[in-house]
Ligand binder design. Structure first.
Ligand code: ADP
Length: 725
């Protein structure tokens, strides 16, 4: 056989071998080509060397450069990496979609579906991992939960904190804990901190500051002037650029009590240039008074007039607006002539069911353009393929702590310049694109540069409990990237004291530990613990209600007069006089008892079938968790929502967790809160709207045109007095 023939024969065998590979392997090989084109691919050697030589790597790079999918894969076979790799995400949708994608890229089954799976995810109410999982995508909250079982995170060789630029409270807590841990475990735990913005100086400084170790606990953090020089710089270029400080260059310092802290110069940083195609920006000439109308108009203008192919990504404020617009766009799209491609409208927000959350990531069918209506989830957290047009309404819903009320509320606010720029970037990921800003250029120029970290604007009760439950008792001395205001911390301590989660001494109580183990806010956790007390004995019912409160809303928006009338009749069958909590219970019980056609039942009652599916999911998981925590669940079937003794017990349990959210009726007919003496109205969505009751309790405080309490029930002042003692 001549050489060419021999080569052909070898190639033939090779081709055959590839063809014979399993579908998983074929997919892996197909995806490998795309992975090699990601900007981060050229940096893999440098990233590996950085972590071979250092404990902490601060990695910045534009969204879509490949950080979240590639970095764990680069590190998996490193000699120091015998344990698992955790990679945290701020949102469950990102954790799940990334795990799916990386499993495909590695040619391994996902999560618990196979004992040989290497990639899994763990999000609230859904742990999809197996004992063989090496790369675990998980929400920040889940990693914090794992720290309750093992504060040293012993099963991990590496923890990657992704999306640090979002600065969620949980990211800030994780960074503090990891800083403490990394110092204690010295070189055995590697930490990678990843951010979509190039502002890495504060992170480097944070990890360089010297913690003083006192008997296993870090009590304070000394700032050091030398911090800025305490790291290595990864210069762009192909040769390894990790020079400078090494572990041998340790310094020792002592605090006044003579305790020695050993400081290694151990931090490296690296920047990955993104691949960004040009994006044309269009502004409005004049401010729009009706943003829904303007958005609708712009979607069809792009679809019908722009010759460029590609999907649309529309940034909106929240699920209610998204679902409203989806309905209208779908109606209009039915009238499009066959000259235009079809439109496939897909919502994307955190409270969607998992299956629905995955749909935007799948390619559009032939001759169809996807229109993805998203909250700021798609800003940096997930990369939706195929997008070439971004429509930016310039607004987002943000959590804001109202210190006088001691409550978080959700406000619709103008985004920052850096958010607007991130949104624009989504249009130029795969090819040149367009960004339609539905605000004026002057409005853009007046935006704040960056968003404030969440820790500066939210209720800190959950954060403080998280710290206390993990041994960080002196919360004022916790190493925060940005220390929160002292009065917000004090408010949180008081709230936890009121819940009984802390003792008078400020130490966590046994009850506080139980609350901290539940994947709920301290208030809802407290409600669950109360319901499990033998004299209350209503845990099953309370779980049903808590499950409803953890999805955005089970009620569909009612927009026409005719539908409104129908809704009123349908909902009246479920409505309970005591308010929304027991109405929610009645809805869940009726839905669960419906065995023939749940979708139809939901439609008939103008209830979101999708939301109800999520409720059932959460209900199942929460029940399992309560069983695991040995909380008392009745063996018998759930009691009926109309049992009066039960109704009172359920409401008393909620009052135990939400005694801070009670308002009494005043002579002028308004409701005023006990804490802060603020006027609060019953939300129009409540079954109690317009009713005058002795006192009301609500779960949420929303501020739109005025202050509303949402999810409201009537309570007796006597119950309230008994609780506050
Ligand atoms: P970064 O973390 O830097 O934002 P990622 O690693 O998330 O980047 O994304 C890199 C690329 O991987 C994206 O540009 C996209 O092409 C692809 N990708 C990521 N997640 C998915 C997914 N769920 N489905 C399809 N492609 C994806």
């Amino acid at each position: 056989m001549g050489l060419p023939q021999a080569m052909e024969a070898t190639q033939g065998t090779k081709r055959k071998r590839v063809d014979e590979k399993s579908p998983l392997q074929q997919k892996r090989l197909k995806l490998l080509e795309g992975r090699k084109r990601l900007p981060i691919w050229l940096k893999q050697k440098e990233i590996r060397h950085a972590l071979r030589d250092h404990n902490v790597l601060v990695l910045s790079g534009e969204t879509g450069s490949g950080k979240s999918t590639q970095v764990p894969q680069f590190l998996l076979d490193q000699p120091w990496c015998s344990g698992k790799i955790a990679i945290t995400q701020p949102r469950r949708v990102a954790a799940i979609s990334l795990a799916r994608r990386v499993a495909e890229e590695m040619g391994t089954p996902l999560g618990s579906s196979s004992p040989s799976s290497k990639v899994g995810y763990s999000v609230r109410f859904d742990d999809n991992t197996s004992p063989s999982t090496r790369i675990k995508y998980l929400t920040e909250g889940m990693l914090l939960q794992e720290m309750l079982r093992d504060a040293t995170l012993g099963q991990y060789s590496c923890v990657i904190v992704d999306e640090v630029h979002e600065r969620s409270v949980n990211v800030d807590l994780l960074l503090g804990f990891l800083k403490q841990l990394e110092t204690r475990r010295s070189s055995s735990l590697k930490v990678v901190v990843m951010s979509a913005t190039a502002d890495v100086d504060s992170l480097r400084r944070f990890f360089s500051e010297m913690p003083i170790v006192t008997q296993g606990a870090i009590s304070t953090a000394l700032p050091t002037g030398a911090a800025e020089t305490n790291g290595d710089e990864c210069r762009s270029g192909s040769e390894a650029a990790w020079t400078g400080f090494g572990d041998e260059e340790e310094r020792e310092t002592a605090n006044s009590s003579g305790v020695v802290a050993s400081i290694s110069k151990r931090i490296a940083s690296c920047h990955v240039e993104g691949r960004q195609y040009p994006v044309v920006i269009r502004y409005l000439d004049n401010h729009s008074d009706d943003i829904m109308e303007t958005t609708l108009h712009r979607i069809f203008q792009i679809h019908c007039k722009e010759p460029m192919p590609g999907d649309l990504l529309v940034f909106m404020t929240g699920s209610d607006r998204i679902l409203d617009l989806q309905k209208i766009v779908e109606e209009y799209a039915q009238n499009l002539t066959s000259d235009f491609p079809k439109l496939l409208v897909l919502p994307l927000f955190a409270a969607l069911s998992q299956a629905a959350q995955q749909r935007p990531f799948q390619p559009a069918p032939p001759n169809t353009r996807k229109v993805i209506l998203s909250t700021n989830i798609a800003e940096t957290s997930v990369t939706v393929p195929g997008v070439r047009f971004v429509v930016d309404t310039g607004m987002a819903k943000v959590k804001q702590f109202r210190i006088r009320l001691g409550l978080d509320s959700l406000l619709v606010k103008q985004i920052s310049k850096s958010s607007a720029d991130q949104r624009k970037g989504r249009a130029g990921r795969e090819a040149p694109g367009q960004c339609h800003r539905l605000y004026t250029e002057a409005a853009y120029r007046s935006m704040e540069e960056h968003d404030k970290p969440e820790i500066l604007r939210c209720d800190l009760s959950a954060a403080v409990l998280t710290m206390k439950a993990r041994g960080a008792d002196d919360v004022l001395a916790f190493p925060f990237l940005t220390p929160p205001p002292r009065d917000a911390m004090e408010k949180a301590l008081l709230n936890l004291l009121r819940l009984g989660a802390l003792q008078e001494t400020g130490q966590i109580s046994a009850l506080g530990r139980k609350v901290a183990r539940l994947p709920l806010t301290p208030s809802l956790g407290r409600v669950i613990i109360e319901a499990a007390r033998p004299e209350m004995n209503c845990l099953l019912e309370v779980i049903d209600i808590v499950a409803c409160l953890s999805v955005e809303s089970i009620w569909l928006n009612v927009d026409t007069e005719e539908v409104r009338e129908r809704a009123q009749t349908a909902r009246q069958q479920l409505a309970k006089r005591s308010g929304d909590h027991l109405t929610l219970l009645a809805a869940v019980q009726a839905y669960a008892a419906e065995h023939s056609d749940r979708r139809r039942w939901a439609d008939d009652h103008l209830i979101s079938h999708r939301a109800m599916q999520s409720v059932m999911d959460v209900r199942k998981q929460l029940t399992a968790q309560c069983k695991q925590a040995k909380l008392l669940l009745r063996d018998t079937e759930a009691a009926s929502a109309s049992d009066e003794g039960l109704q009172e017990r359920v409401l008393r349990c909620f009052l135990r967790g939400f005694s801070g959210n009670v308002a009494r009726l005043c002579p002028d007919g308004s409701y005023k809160t006990f804490i802060g003496n603020q006027t609060v109205a019953i939300h129009p969505s409540s079954v109690l709207r317009g009713r005058k009751l002795e006192a009301i309790m609500y779960n949420e405080f929303v501020y739109t045109s005025k202050a509303y309490g949402r999810n409201v029930s009537a309570v007796q002042l006597r119950w309230y007095e008994e609780i506050i003692g």
